[in-house]
Design a protein around this ligand. Structure first.
Ligand code: TYD
Ligand code: MG
Length: 461
């Protein structure tokens, strides 16, 4: 049915599975539920410390809150082509190397550790390869892909490394097949790329439909909890910026990570917007290279690498991305409007905030921006969504318009109010510490200047 007879909405009906065994003679058979085991006093619940599996990448581990939690289910979302498959394949390869097999083996109940010839455990137990043949599969990682063939995955893997011993590929898009594969090889880590390609036999709808995505995600969730296998699910993002499929997907998983960046630049930010096992303030920075994603342990330095100092329109800002301060360059360019309405182009910043800053500059500092085209950009393709960038944006625009540079060692951060007043922002200490580390000593902050006018007069002479 295309139209709901109840509310009149189009395309709002979603296919779903009803379990007929649950309802007998039209009523629930309540007697079937056994709650004795589940009903416990919270005080008597043993606290459990998770043994986390390292991903092999510090940047990734930090975003996860210290590594992969066994039995957890993590959604990795992002635009098509941003590098989700690449990053997860690399992670799969690293985990499959089994550097920390000892920690993992007791969780996934893999009995034959001798197969992990490269694993830590193999050194301790010098059992010969032939002593135990009952298990054919050692510690392994399973990469399920519904988007590419095994061949294509191999091509990609070869760009990264040639060393992927215990990595299994399953190029299939039937959810039930994943369960079978997991039972067979008992992987320590499972990756599903992507949830939009999965279909379950229980539904008729096409892959990617709300029903299929929801049902497949639920099956995977049960799989994660019952086998203690950590599962990473790739999810594509729609044009509106939501993870395609139902919102319930985000409720179902333990963590939602998003890989961000724009296609024009090589930087990728991995952020968590939900994390049951860690904070959501962490950000991991990667760079896409010819041989896969590389970690960027010192992002500030890289974001400033191309900076030309003492150029009008360039101001350095200390921003907080996730939990850590990041030093970035805000650039502005202003030119006289040739005809019609002045253009306002803002890249990497909130457009509304930039407009407020332009208005505040016009009024408080008497800058004639009414007949000027204004372009503002965050160098390096970074996106900043905090008001702390306001002051740097204002200084950059003022500097560009007056065609005078700000001092070389200047770093600015702070919120600009409508009346041209400056408002303090959080984390000032961390912001300053990171800027000092990179040699910036002259801070233009709301603590030092009360109004935008004073700040502009100080910074641009
Ligand atoms: P991919 O991981 O396939 O993106 P997603 O899974 O998020 O859709 O990334 C594809 C892009 O990355 C593609 O444009 C090629 C590029 N790429 C590199 O630049 N270097 C590499 O080593 C690899 C494997 C891909
Ligand atoms: Mg992909």
């Amino acid at each position: 049915m295309g139209k709901c007879p109840e509310c009149g909405e189009w395309n709002s009906l979603v296919e779903s599975v009803t379990d007929s065994t649950r309802i007998s003679n039209g009523k629930f058979s309540i007697s079937n539920f056994k709650i004795e085991q589940d009903l416990v006093k919270l005080s008597e619940v043993k606290s459990q410390s998770y043994k986390r599996i390292p991903t092999g990448y510090d940047e990734f581990d930090r975003v996860l809150g210290g590594g992969i939690v066994p039995g957890s289910i993590v959604l990795v979302a992002g635009d098509p082509g941003i590098g989700k498959s690449t990053l997860l394949l690399q992670t799969a390869i690293e985990v499959a190397k089994g550097t920390k097999v000892s920690e993992v083996s007791n969780v996934s109940k893999v009995s034959n550790v001798s197969k992990a010839s490269k694993g830590v455990i193999a050194e301790g137990h010098k059992t010969s390869e032939t002593s135990d043949t009952s298990e054919t599969f050692g510690p392994s990682v399973l990469y399920v892909t519904g988007e590419e063939s095994a061949h294509q995955v191999k091509l990609r893997a070869d760009r990264i490394t040639r060393d992927y011993e215990n990595l299994y590929i399953l190029p299939i898009s039937v959810t039930e097949a994943i369960i079978e594969a997991v039972e067979k090889i008992k992987p320590t880590f499972l990756i599903v790329d992507s949830i939009q390609t999965l279909t379950t036999d229980r539904l008729d709808g096409p892959a990617g439909s709300v029903g299929q995505v929801r049902e497949s995600a639920q099956i995977l969730q049960r799989l994660a909890k019952s086998t203690h296998t950590p599962i990473f699910i790739v999810g594509h993002v729609t044009k509106e910026g939501n993870v395609a499929g139902p919102k319930t997907l985000e409720h179902l998983v333990d963590a939602v990570l998003s890989l961000e960046g724009d296609g024009m630049h090589t930087f990728r930010l991995l952020r968590s917007s939900k994390n049951r096992f860690g904070s959501t303030f962490e950000v991991g920075v990667f760079e896409m290279g010819d041989d896969g994603m590389r970690e960027v342990p010192n992002p500030s330095q890289i974001f400033l690498a191309q900076r030309l100092s003492l150029r009008p329109g360039s101001v350095v800002c200390s921003t907080i991305a996730g939990g850590r301060p990041l030093i970035v360059e805000i650039q502005a360019l202003t030119t006289t409007t040739a005809f019609g309405i002045p253009a306002r182009k803002v890249i990497g910043l909130d457009f509304g905030r930039a407009q407020v800053v332009i208005a505040a500059l016009t009024r408080a500092v008497n800058l004639a921006l009414g007949n000027m085209d204004v372009y503002v950009n965050v160098a390096g393709g970074l996106k900043i969504d905090e008001p702390a960038a306001d002051l740097a944006v204002a200084l950059a625009i003022a500097s560009a318009t007056m065609n005078k540079p700000v001092p070389d060692k200047l770093c600015a951060f702070g919120e600009v109010g409508l009346l041209g007043e400056l408002r303090p922002v959080g984390n000032a200490k961390n912001r300053m510490a990171e800027a000092k580390r990179l040699g910036f000593t002259d801070f233009v902050t709301p603590e030092r200047f009360k109004t935008l006018e004073e700040a502009v007069r100080y910074a641009i002479k």
